[in-house]
Design a protein around this ligand. Structure first.
Ligand SMILES: [Zn+2]
Ligand SMILES: [Zn+2]
Length: 376
């Protein structure tokens, strides 16, 4: 069945219902993480937030969800027709999640002491990143949209499922990455580059780390486009026909793991200081999401130096002039140096997606796709 876009209009009670439902489900998931932190939270992320902060967050999320769900039910009764019944349904399901969350102890659950597990599900990473990113990016995409596009636009479910899976599997991906980076390529750290790198100031190290990572990423990305076997995996990322902050999540799991390993070998092993690596990880995370966002920002001459949404949107275009172009993730000048920049990209591309449109929709189908199809 073809996926339908969901229309949202202010004043109908649907937006309040969706926010209430999202917050109540996330609060319920938060309760599960409180009960089973050793299996459902991310050790590296946990160091960066306090339990008290999460308690406060859940408290306010439940109050907001309760208020909006009630408004939504009242609004649904007011409408008193078929769409009113659907609207009420959102509020009622939200109240079921809110009630279960409160019955289970909500923000007051005591966290027992526990030991870190080697393998875990990144439920806290999913909840916090979804809350933070949707809050920031939905607002900027509504204030400065490049295209007038719905939040629940074509393909959103597939992108959301990729987002969910990529976050929940963070533990598994870190385990594999650490194994490859440290166990297989640990010898890189014997090169003595740390002596030089440590003499550089913070900003110098940060620029160098991003440049190195992007050089590796550029050639890996180019390989994904130019080697037919690898393209089968990367075609998943290009199958998005609508661009927004969530579209960047659409990636084959093996591609994420392989690219991350390749990029992190120089990043972790050449001797950069920890604060620089942490800053780099934040830059990658934000820039990757921002470059896919549906925003109309113009950066003038800066577009020739750093990768902007407009630059990366060209990479996703199915327009003839844009095929196998604009590979960089951070520094667009790499594409100008290596001769792969789209010419005349002052405008925006017309269409996005894979030429021929042969990639199936849906998370599972996309994960199996590279192993089934013979392309080119
Ligand atoms: Zn690509
Ligand atoms: Zn992309």
């Amino acid at each position: 069945m073809a996926e339908r876009e969901i229309k949202l209009k202010f004043g109908e009670g649907v937006i309040s219902g969706i926010i209430a439902l999202t917050l109540s489900i996330l609060s319920f998931l938060g309760v599960l993480a409180f009960y089973f932190p050793e299996y459902l939270t991310t050790p590296d992320l946990r160091k960066n937030y306090s339990v008290e902060f999460i308690r406060q967050l859940m408290f306010y999320a439940l109050i907001l969800a309760g208020g909006l769900a009630t408004f939504n039910i009242v609004r649904g009764f007011g409408a008193n027709n078929r769409s009113g019944t659907k609207i009420k349904y959102l509020g009622m399901v939200s109240w079921i999640f809110i009630s279960i969350t409160i019955l289970l102890g909500a923000n007051n659950i005591e966290v027992k002491s526990f030991e870190d597990k080697q393998l875990y599900i990144g439920l806290d990473w999913f909840i916090l990143d979804l809350l933070g990113s949707s809050l920031i990016f939905i607002i900027i995409e509504k204030l400065w949209p490049h295209r007038n596009q719905r939040v629940f636009r074509l393909g959103w479910k597939t992108d959301f499922n990729h987002f969910l899976l990529n976050h929940l599997l963070i533990g598994f991906m870190l385990l594999v990455t650490n194994h490859v980076v440290y166990d297989m390529f640990g010898w890189v750290s014997m090169l003595g580059t740390d002596v030089f790198i440590q003499t550089l100031p913070f900003w110098g190290q940060l620029l160098l780390i991003i440049l190195l990572a992007d050089l590796v990423q550029y050639w890996a990305h180019r390989g994904y486009h130019e080697i037919p076997f690898l393209w089968r995996f990367h075609a998943i990322h290009h199958s998005a026909k609508k661009m927004d902050w969530m579209a960047g999540s659409r990636q084959h799991l093996l591609e994420i793991i392989a690219t991350r390993c390749l990029v992190l070998i120089p990043v972790f092993l050449l001797g950069f200081s920890k604060s620089v690596i942490d800053a780099y990880i934040i830059v990658v995370g934000l820039q990757a999401v921002f470059n896919h966002a549906n925003v109309k920002f113009k950066f003038g001459w800066l577009q020739y130096i750093i990768v902007t949404p407009q630059f990366h949107h060209w990479h996703h275009s199915s327009d003839k002039a844009a095929i196998d172009k604009n590979y960089a993730a951070h520094f667009s000048f790499l594409d100008y140096i290596f001769g792969t920049a789209v010419k005349g990209q002052e405008e925006w591309p017309k269409e996005y997606g894979v030429v021929g449109d042969y990639v199936p929709d849906g998370l599972i189908k996309q994960q199996i796709f590279p192993f089934l199809k013979q392309l080119k």
